[in-house]
Write a protein that binds this ligand. Sequence first.
Ligand code: NAD
Length: 479
Amino acid sequence: MSSDLLMSNAYINGQWREAPTRFAVTNPATGDTIADVADLDGDAARDAVAAADAAWPAWRKRSAKERSALLRRWFDAVIAHQEPLARLMTQEQGKPLKESMGEVIYGANFIEYYAEEAKRMAGETLPSHSDDKRLMVMRESIGVVAAITPWNFPLAMITRKVAPALAAGCTVVIKPAEATPLTALALAKLAEDVGLPAGVLNVVTASKPAEIGEVLTTDPRVRKVSFTGSTPVGKKLLEQCAGTVKKASMELGGNAPFIVFDDADLDAAVEGAIASKFRNSGQTCVCTNRLLVQDGVYDAFLNKLAARVSELRIGNGLEGDVDQGPLINAAAMEKVQSHVRDALEHGGRLICGGEPHSLGGTFYQPTVIADVTPEMRVAREETFGPLAPVFRFTDDAEAIAMANATEFGLAAYFYARDYARIWHVMEALEYGMVGINEGILSTELAPFGGIKESGLGREGSRHGLDDYTELKYVCIGGL
Ligand code: NAD
């Protein structure tokens, strides 16, 4: 790792801020401490909000072209540091280095995209209801944005919020996950290096998120909260935002179905399932939580899936060609184990895995369980780990009913070939995103987000800018 990217103090108003107490960031593959990071309190969070608030007037007044040029320089810096950023991410998060390398590019693409989109944030003129009046709509930056992000994508979850916010003329306070603050700080360092003005981007590191969250959701200077994380925390933050009627975007949990119909290309479906289920050790909000497989291809699919799962290489993400790293922490491990136990106790059939991995720590065997039924916990709850539970269905109507039988609505996937079936199923799925014959769908070019209890708002594409702008209607009379 390039040591000049290993920052351990918070970043407020262009200064690297120490704190009387610090918290350890550990490598989940080894348990080693990577850094002791400044542990900020609510007062420091208020300082960050004040800095962002003070920086906002000048930042929003910069021309779109100037903001675009700065974002472009930040993008170039991130790309130039792809490998050190990826190594840092693998150390604090555990994902295989090849996935971290991919995340740096994926995350940087949002900066590039919104550098371009900054120049296209146009308002409109409207036909008037009267000859002596003219009607206009201005599109303006919303103000100070608080971005609260999870540990599973330490870089991309930040750039998906910060890039459109900065493009729109907003200033930002980031509260990264306590498990993965180092990637956030490294991003801030690169932003500082390319000349982002003091106060425009601030990073508040803390081991007690509730205290910081309280400030960010109640301070009236914060105009918008953009959160990615679990549904329970998202609901709490929404409640807290109500007091000052803040705008809020919520990218929350999922319970993605992955449906394999009897006309599917089974080899392609297996590859899609492997990518969707086991990437990031299954710790992805859009990752498959339930595999629904039609009767006629059930056994054939199961056999092919089990064979492919047995080829996955488990290990420290920095060593060799690893496919699956450790889980983030002991609580994540316990959740996976409890879902496996529950499924087996209720009649699930273990096909492979089902135990902690011999590497110890939070390494868990990639696991497949067959004959899973809707009564089992895994049918309702996000496992967030390397467990592939395989359900069985008879016809399209049953598959659709099973897929939609959840309060979540983030991503859904299905494999089929019949043209009419593809249209009907796509239209019937109550989800914000649908992958058809495709297991990976995220890109900065498309709107990412969920419906139902999976969230509010979209990230990516031109729609991703909307969440950081307000419309101002102007009526000019007396003409
Ligand atoms: P989490 O909700 O525990 O934490 C997310 C962030 O919220 C972290 O920064 C955490 O420190 C902070 N936080 C926790 N309690 C808080 C509080 N009381 N006040 C303020 N902030 C608080 O989620 P996690 O375990 O880090 O991430 C996993 C979850 O995130 C999963 O449910 C996953 O589906 C979801 N997720 C969703 C998306 C999406 O785009 N929809 C993307 C990634 C992850």
